[in-house]
Write a protein that binds this ligand. Sequence first.
Ligand code: PAF
Length: 281
Amino acid sequence: MKIFQASNEIKDYLFPILKDGKSIGFVPTMGALHEGHLSLITEAKEENNLVVCSIFVNPIQFNNKEDLKKYPRTHETDIQKLKSINCDVLFMPSEEEMYPEAPTETFDFEGLNKVLEGKFRPGHFEGVTIVVKRLFEIVNPTKAYFGIKDYQQMLIIHNQVKKLGLGVEIVPCSIIREENGLAMSSRNELLSPVERKQASILYETLKWVKIRSGFATIEEIKQQIRLQFKKNKFVELEYFEIVDMYTLKSLNRWAESNNIIACIAANVGNVRLIDNIILFS
Ligand code: PAF
């Protein structure tokens, strides 16, 4: 596996590959790689001539300094994992490399950055979009792979790529789960064994919602969930919303949309986790 830190060096390496008409699959990450990330790389390998993974803990997408500080960094094991699945290229830029000057770009998110995660993490999607656009400009991928655990992120990137005409195909990839149903996330590493067990309540709740969707009213479902979480002393519910998959508008009645997703965020101890389930599409 080739490893690059400098953007001009990776660009020089990839240029002849693109010129030959070969496809580049790209998996941007912040490291602390788990099976979810590895599944994206495996999918990218099946569909492209060459696969690039990036590891960069992007400071400008963290609205909380503590969260940035404690974000897991496991570079040596990450490199071993990438080698074991034959990832072709790894890009690990420094902060100075990505942001020689403070970024000032702005984007029109048409409100998608203000709901769900955006409501609780102001500036998060602005930071994500800036870094993803820069990484795309460096790597020039044919296709880029995003897990739908971060559904809102995938949707926002998909829309911005279209809007800005970046010419990258965004490939949404399924959520990979641990044995107890907990969605794989780099943040899971920060959970104690007890918290990890308790964290399965997120997916349990989503499965429970799926069974009732279309039958119980949305308000009844939300009320039940609030009650269930109040009883749990390990997990604090931040939000549970049932929204349209494309506008992310919160729904009051099932008939308001044909494409519906339920999204949840909760704190388990000091670790903030998110998950979702598609109810209708
Ligand atoms: O999902 C992530 O890991 C990050 O938000 C991303 C897309 C790599 C941008 O920093």
